[in-house]
Design a protein around this ligand. Sequence first.
Ligand code: UN1
Length: 520
Amino acid sequence: MADYLGPAMPEPVLSSYIAGRWVEGSTGELYPDINPATGELLGHVSVAGGAEVDQAVEAAQEAFAGWRSVPAPRRGEILSRAAQLLAERKEALARLMAEEMGKVLLEARGDVQEAIDEFAYMAGEGRRMFGFTTPSEMPDKFACCVRDPVGVVGLITPWNFPAAVPSWKLGPALIAGNTVVWKPAEDTPRVSLALALILEEAGLPPGVLNVVLGTGPRAGAALVEHPGVRVIAFTGSTETGTRIAAEAARRGKRVLLEMGGKNAIAVMDDADLDLAVEGILWSAFGTTGQRCTSASRLIVHRRVLEELTERLVERAQKLRLGNPLADDTDVGPVASRRQLDRVHRYTELGLAEGARLLCGGEMYREGECARGFFYRPTLFGDVRPGMRVAREEIFGPTAVIVPCDSLEEAIRINNDSAYGLSSGIYTRDVNRAMRAARDMTSGIVYINHGTTGAEVHLPFGGTRSTGNGHREAAVQALDGFTEWKTIYVDYSGRLQRAQIDTASAPGRPGTSRDVPGYTG
Ligand code: UN1
């Protein structure tokens, strides 16, 4: 761990990292960094406030001119090196992540791998960053469009994907030539600092990426309000995202939002049930149900309802809860006491709403899990689409089964949601599959696959309250972090008036001007 944070890291109290230096929080407060599997104290965080945000924005502003002028392919080389360093340290970083937020090692490795993929992909963008050229309506005039960085961007990221999700924002922001102030989640300060230090080791000049460790209400709010920050990119709850959007609108900022989900998997009566069971377990209980893309609604055709339910319950009960660092652990803890309480409140709500608890529904405190924040994988049956457990994001190992009678009904239930991130459907009928792909109105649709597992070179994001129209990852992510600049080059050597001197268009009535080669 110390290797990661560098010899100068003032462990066990973690500080913000601004312009290449450790900066203690001026609030004078500390909060504990806790291992959710064991309850063990990993250290403390020195809480940054508005003063550190000001300092970080200033550092990013100072670094901007230099970073912007580094050719994009060179910036790409730095990202490429970062990808390489991450690959070399994948195991150690994954362990750090498992310790800090409880993701099982297999998935923590996947999280780091996604960051590796994203940096490698965005490194290539440094040699593309395509704009376009198009003919001018005037003779002897050239027209093209290029992407420009916007300036200082503010990133606010969640604890559930502490490497992958930040990389989706850092990759495009940095390759495009922006400088960054990043406020990572309170629960994952170590992984965040480790990632930032790797980028610096790869060659990022000081001040290009600044990490502010603070709370949402203080550091996050200060970042959103800061006049020097042009773009805010946020992943987190819909409630916070909506507040950020309102504040950003008042200040004329661009805001990129990636918020909640209530993702559904539909299972038709012709589905391969073996495959569906595997996909559902992985999507509902993988990452302890704490992915934005986790499946928390299962829309099941009545003809296979009984069989599928039985098989799911049997398998869910066999999932092994335990230390995320152990190879045979299937499900780790939820990330914090706060999350644990939230998940349990939804169990109580489901029971109160009249849903049938099929398995789970309680905390798990046996053996090595005694002191951690573990919750048994939970399934509810007899759920109607209108129940709150079928409508609200729980963000934990809980899925509800909603019966349906047809493909059309499954699609209708899927779409009738405040959210629209990811949907899946299991069917062997290609016609049904294609109709679902066409009519499911989420940002991502999987055929014969669960709802998780997005790849970095395809756009990621959702419809309705999941987002605000932007996409992360893939080339589309550049749209959030760049301004289009249109460049006209007039090489005629005389005044040419667009829209006025229309004689250059044969057959078009207008002012006759001396157009070489044209005698109209
Ligand atoms: C998230 O939960 O915020 O598709 C991201 C997936 C992962 C990313 C999830 N590749 O589930």
